[in-house]
Design a protein around this ligand. Structure first.
Ligand code: ADP
Ligand code: MG
Ligand code: ZN
Length: 479
């Protein structure tokens, strides 16, 4: 925290939607196809071709709006944003300007630096993406319009953030929401979730905002943080040198860790927005909004709370599990079959996530289903196997997909709870280790661990550890 200046940040996020078709035509949005193979007169911008709004895009915008506490406008308007660039065949981008579909939302974040805080969302609007320029080796450029007209939501925040930490917390939360909603694949690197950061500083206590710069090309959370922090330092240096911060767009260079001016305010576009005469004003009825509302999944923030309040999970466990929708669904299916949430979260965060990480798999590829895992936990519960053997059973199931009962049976892993059998092993261990026995009896009680280990080893891990412990104590203190 700087002692002289307050940092002010506002974020604009472009969320690429996962609809099958584009926003104003029926072309596929599929990625990685040969250039210009997914185009038609509409997305090529041929004269006379008319756009038709994709209803799914509106559904997704309403979902995002509801999940971020926005008001959904009953009437909104598509406008033309005019500028020239070779990747924009019509010479304008269809976007929403004066009347966007969502306004006045907010997200609650929590950070170490500033605790709980509510951050405003100014608006969310729908728009079409532009195409892509491909720069060839012979210095010529080609245009690929497969991406032209794919649907985006632009989420604009209020200038409410006061540190890079708050900005990242906001972004991570927004990211989690759109991925949870299933409207975006969330891939920052591939540009499915793109962020521009507006940054300014002002002396503490000053009401007016300082002059901002806008940072672009931020395709990871780490770069966003770096770029904001670099920018704050740069602006402080400018002001300390007696100069003025100029309004400009800057491009972050992640390799160098610095940003460079891309264009100043003078070069800023005048977009000459006006309503697009090819598209009717969009009307969203209260019924439509309610229909979408009833289809929303429970979001991570709600799960986080519920896991703590109703299941008694520690905040750490609740946070890890609720962060990923698929993981949360796995966990909930597990708890449904084995109603001991803390034991379930231990296994999910320990064995399951550990094994997935090692094999580089995601939770939906986990070969041990919640049903199979519940089968293991039930056998620990009824003392058929120990917690340790359970891990072996888990590994077996991971390999062969059998049930816990099948694995226990086939491998003879059933726990020994027969007192006589364990007593015999205990006697053998005591007879085989006279030195340690003498030491233990002379007061070195921590040798108990050694004896239990010996019994477990002799029984191939199958002796009930509690019984082994009790019987050892009894034998060792006898005489
Ligand atoms: P534009 O569309 O030209 O970038 P907007 O006025 O829509 O301009 O603002 C874009 C973003 O910049 C918003 O997220 C807003 O909160 C943020 N912003 C505006 N002024 C400032 C400022 N002085 N400092 C930091 N962020 C700002
Ligand atoms: Mg901007
Ligand atoms: Zn098309």
């Amino acid at each position: 925290m700087n002692s002289r200046y307050e940092v002010v940040i506002g974020l604009e996020v472009h969320v690429q939607l996962t609809t099958k078709t584009k926003i104003f035509c029926g072309c596929s949005t599929g990625f990685g196809q040969s250039p210009n193979s997914q185009t038609c007169p509409v997305c090529l911008g041929l004269p006379g071709a008319l756009p038709v709004l994709n209803r799914q895009v509106v559904d997704d915008a309403i979902k995002a709006g509801l999940a971020t506490n926005c008001q959904i406008a009953p009437d909104s308007i598509f406008a033309r944003k005019n500028y020239f660039y070779p990747d924009l065949p019509k010479g304008y981008q269809i976007s929403q300007f004066e009347l966007p579909i969502c306004e006045h939302g907010w997200l609650d974040i929590e950070t170490e630096g500033s605790g709980k805080k509510r951050l405003g969302i100014t608006r969310i609007h729908m728009e079409e993406d532009a195409g892509k320029l491909l720069h060839n080796e012979d210095n010529s450029s080609s245009v690929d319009l497969n991406r032209a007209c794919t649907p985006l939501l632009e989420v604009v925040s209020e200038p409410d953030m006061r540190s890079s930490e708050e900005a990242i917390a906001y972004l991570k939360q927004l990211h989690q929401i759109v991925v949870y909603l299933g409207i975006c694949d969330g891939n920052l690197e591939e540009g499915s979730f793109r962020c521009d950061a507006n940054v300014s500083i002002r002396p503490w206590g000053q009401k007016e905002l300082g002059t901002r710069s806008e940072l672009k090309n931020l395709n990871s959370f780490r770069y966003i943080k770096q770029a904001i922090e670099y920018e704050v330092e740069r602006q402080i240096d400018v002001i300390d040198a007696g100069e003025k911060v100029v309004q400009e767009t800057r491009l972050f260079d992640p390799d160098a860790g610095v940003s460079r001016s891309m264009r100043g305010k003078e070069e800023a576009h005048d977009y000459r927005y006006f309503p697009d005469p090819d598209l009717l004003p969009l009307q969203v009825s209260a019924d439509w909004v309610e229909q979408v509302r009833s289809s929303l999944p429970e979001l991570s923030a709600a799960k986080l709370q519920r896991y703590q309040d109703e299941m008694g999970l520690p905040v750490y466990d609740a946070g890890v599990i609720s962060a990923d929708r698929q993981l949360a669904e796995y966990f909930e299916a597990l708890v449904e079959q084995y109603n001991q949430p803390k034991i379930c979260s231990n296994w999910v965060m320990g064995e399951v996530l550990g094994a997935l990480k090692e094999k580089n798999l995601t939770i939906d590829q986990c070969p041990v289903s919640p049903e199979l895992l519940a089968g293991i936990l039930q056998r620990i519960d009824d003392n058929t196997i120990s917690g340790k053997i359970a891990k072996t059973v888990f590994e077996e199931i991971w390999q062969n997909g059998k049930t816990a009962d099948q694995v226990i049976e086939e491998k003879g892993l059933k726990q020994v709870t027969d007192t006589g059998e364990i007593e015999a092993i205990v006697a053998a261990v005591i007879a085989a280790n006279p030195g340690q026995v003498a030491e233990y009896r002379a007061g070195k009680e921590k040798l108990m661990g050694f004896f239990v280990g010996q019994v477990m080893q002799a029984s191939k891990g199958k002796a009930n550890p509690g019984m082994a412990n009790a019987l050892l104590k009894k034998k060792l203190t006898e005489m």
